[in-house]
Design a protein around this ligand. Structure first.
Ligand code: LMG
Ligand code: NDP
Ligand code: PMR
Length: 395
């Protein structure tokens, strides 16, 4: 259901949970004096490739400025303000579990950016999120107009943007024919990649303006897009090819609906979209990390075999997949555990490194994982970036 209200449920902004905020003083205690209050214009966010190192001055200012802290009694004790995190697709699965994990720390106000307002409201209540810890704003990633409207509404809300999490996704493993976004792009790449690409490009200026000590853009990736793994070798395998389909607009009319120009395959389109997500994160890192200090990361949260992602799969799959992952591959993680992992990538002070694809080992400890050759190919990343810019109207 598409509620256009873009409602921003009012809620308390900072220090809603006294006592919890006080602990924050040490949260970003180490090496985080790298932010600034300067109100950069969009032009200051032009990439290094575009403008060389002209942002050197910005960088110097960035380093010299004081981190934003509020002084709370007793005098001298520094308290970090509550952060604001936007999470797309927070109405179910990983996004909801992450929203819950962050909200209950009291350190975060979560903006749940979702296409179904009522479903999201019910979901937030069902996991026990307190009213003052979240807002819901309408966002349909399958429409570029909706993405622009969301950004406009967010900017009017006057909230800072400290972390953006691109989490929402759709998966159509059994579809025989492609379906399309409002703008005529194949629906899985259109939603999972192009919608998020426009969203994150437009919100980069807000992230850059934030005075939060550790500003982050997180784009959720997956093992199934990485052909250097067993899971990534289950057919159909991700492969962007020469991107002739993406270049031509993925519209299925005068061109293929698939990035590589091939026959439609819903499972492959999803995996290709995840490759685009992981490449986009790295291209952001290359273009903007040094000049903005923003941390750009991706992750594989584990196989959360019970989420709504598999809603379109045949029911036999939905029944067998969780026990298969639990007892055979041992790749299964619960929604709750996966939510804690993504919450770490949002706020853990030890995960500030940019350009990293995080994964977790058997003991649930995070490590920097290796991406496949394709998912780490800088030339492909640049091409995905440039073609996507054209499709979403940024170039
Ligand atoms: C594609 O097929 C479709 O073509 C595409 O349209 C789309 O739907 C896409 O990703 C979605 O799937 C992919 C897949 C279909 O094809 C293959 O995987 C082909 C390769 C098959 C080769 C199998 C090799 C297996 C090797 C290894 C080891 C694991 C053992 C598994 C089985 C053990 C049995 C005891 O494949 C499927 O659809 C398969 C569905 C997979 C779901 C999991 C099935 C597990 C079966 C067993 C589960 C039992 C439960 C365990 C309980 C507990 C025990 C203690
Ligand atoms: P879910 O289906 O539970 O969640 C997907 C979310 O995306 C839902 O909130 C859904 O909204 C939202 N969404 C879908 N389409 C749109 C749209 N057009 N506009 C706005 N929101 C939309 O799946 P998961 O939680 O599993 O997936 C979350 C992320 O995790 C995805 O990026 C996925 O690729 C990734 N991932 C998942 C794994 C897994 O094993 N489940 C493994 C690896 C990565 P609605 O509720 O309205 O449908
Ligand atoms: Mg996969 C080592 C094991 C492993 C892991 C971690 C996953 C994760 N899968 C593994 C192995 C296998 N899977 C094997 C051996 C098979 C063949 C039986 C297999 C099959 C399979 C299917 C049919 N797996 C799947 C599907 C899906 O439809 C899911 C998918 O590709 O969604 C795009 C899927 C997944 N396996 C995973 C993960 C994390 C997924 C789904 C989610 C995702 O990438 O977002």
């Amino acid at each position: 259901m598409a509620l256009q209200a873009a409602a921003l449920v009012p809620s308390s902004f900072c220090f809603t949970k006294e006592g919890k905020c006080g602990k924050d003083s040490s949260l970003f205690g180490v090496s985080l004096a790298d932010q600034h209050r300067a109100d950069f214009s969009c032009s200051s966010l032009r990439s290094k490739r575009e403008i060389g190192f002209r942002n050197g001055a910005i960088r110097a200012e960035t380093i010299a400025a004081t981190p934003s802290v509020t002084r709370a009694a007793p005098a001298g004790k520094k308290t970090l303000r509550q952060g604001t995190v936007v999470i797309t697709g927070a109405s179910s699965g990983l996004g909801l579990a992450t929203a819950k994990a962050l909200a209950e720390t009291g350190k975060w106000h979560v903006i749940m950016a979702c296409r179904d307002f009522l479903k999201t409201e019910r979901a937030a209540k069902s996991v026990g999120m307190a009213k003052e810890d979240y807002s819901i704003m309408h966002l349909d990633l399958a429409s570029l107009d909706s993405v622009r409207q969301f950004v406009d509404n967010f900017q009017r809300s006057g909230r800072p943007l400290d972390v953006l999490v691109c989490n929402a996704a759709v998966y159509f493993p059994t579809a025989k024919e492609p379906t399309y976004t409002a703008d005529g792009f194949e629906l899985s790449v259109g939603t999972n990649h192009l919608g998020h690409f426009l969203l994150s490009r437009l919100l980069l200026v807000d992230l850059n303006k934030s005075d939060y000590p550790s500003k982050r853009l997180v784009i959720v990736g997956s093992i199934t897009g990485n052909t250097n793994t067993l899971a990534g070798n289950v057919p159909p395998k991700a492969n962007l090819g020469d991107m002739r389909g993406l270049a031509a607009g993925l519209n299925g009319l005068n061109t293929s609906s698939m990035i590589d120009g091939g026959e439609f395959d819903g499972a492959k389109a999803y995996k290709d979209s995840k490759v685009c997500n992981m490449l986009t994160m790295q291209e952001f890192h290359r273009r903007y990390h040094e000049d903005t200090g923003i941390t750009f990361t991706s992750l594989y949260p584990g196989c959360i075999a019970t989420t709504g992602l598999f809603r379109e799969h045949i029911s036999l799959f939905r029944t067998l997949f969780p026990p298969f992952q639990k007892y055979i591959t041992k790749g299964y993680v619960s929604e709750e555990e996966a939510g804690k992992r993504l919450a770490q990538v949002v706020s853990d002070p030890s995960l500030t490194k940019s350009g990293v694809y995080w994964s977790w080992n058997k003991n649930s400890a995070s490590f920097e994982n290796q991406l496949s050759e394709e998912a780490s190919d800088p030339e492909k990343a640049r091409k995905v970036w440039e073609l996507s810019e054209k499709l979403v109207g940024l170039a």
